[in-house]
Design a protein around this ligand. Structure first.
Ligand SMILES: [Ca+2]
Ligand SMILES: [Ca+2]
Length: 247
């Protein structure tokens, strides 16, 4: 619809001149009534992580002593967001973990948050892979266990180490799991192992080390194979085993 024809030149000019006078005073936001800071709530001492709902963990991820809010919709690890805790005890705006990690177009980002070493700091497992689109799975570009504290800007850890999740297939989901019933959160990876095999691939955590490597015996015990049509079941309540509801 390119209609360059109808040009009504005449009228609007006078009207425009009138409205200018109204816009004259741009008085900014001079009278903000918030100077009292009445909403300051009690300070939160670096408390243990707790659950604010099934898919929201409250705990300190960046090590500043203020609890942060980690949301993990659907427990899948693919849509995780972080809101950094503020001095007033509230939370800042939502940051997508995929964005903080610098994921590129076409890549799948999965992450799992917990205190894997049970040492009082929250940690993160991250995996970024661009699916190959063919039977042979691609190797992840990033696959790491990142013990806290993490940098706000990019979730970097001074103690990051490589994970073999990134070389064993294409991770589609990473979930917190509880195998063996100890205090160390484990991982269940929904993994495209190639050639039409989707598996629940497990990594168990040990004291001091965080999530371990692939282990054949543990995989036989806790893992499962499936297909895209019939994927293996995945844990849905991993955090619940390790963290209580926030008071
Ligand atoms: Ca914090
Ligand atoms: Ca930890």
């Amino acid at each position: 619809m390119l209609r360059k024809r109808s040009r009504l030149l005449a009228a609007p000019i006078a009207a425009a001149a009138l409205t200018l006078t109204v816009a004259g005073h741009q008085a900014g936001a001079a009278e903000s009534p918030a100077s009292g800071g009445a909403e300051r709530s009690g300070k939160a001492a670096a408390a243990k992580p707790c659950l604010a709902g099934a898919t929201t963990l409250i705990g300190d991820l960046d090590g500043d002593g203020r609890p942060d809010k980690i949301s993990n919709p659907g427990h899948t690890g693919t849509k995780m967001t972080i809101q950094w805790g503020t001095a007033s005890g509230s939370f800042g705006s939502k940051h997508a973990v995929s964005k903080l990690l610098g994921a590129r177009s076409g890549e799948v980002t999965t992450a799992a948050a917990a205190d894997f070493r049970h040492d009082g700091t929250l940690d993160l497992v991250v995996n970024i892979v661009k699916p190959s689109g063919v039977d042979d799975p691609a190797t992840a570009r990033v696959s790491q266990y990142r013990p806290g504290p993490l940098k706000r800007a990019n979730l970097a850890s001074a103690d990051a180490r490589k994970s073999d999740i990134g070389t064993q297939g294409e991770a589609k989901q990473i979930r917190i799991a509880n195998y063996g019933g100890d205090a160390y959160p484990d991982l269940a990876v929904l993994n495209n192992a190639g050639d039409g095999v989707w598996e629940r691939s497990v990594r168990l955590s040990k004291p001091g080390t965080g999530p371990g490597k692939f282990d054949y015996d543990l995989q036989q015990r806790y893992g499962k194979s499936g297909t895209p049509a019939e994927p293996p079941s995945m844990p849905t309540n991993g955090w619940k085993h390790f963290y209580k509801p926030c008071a």
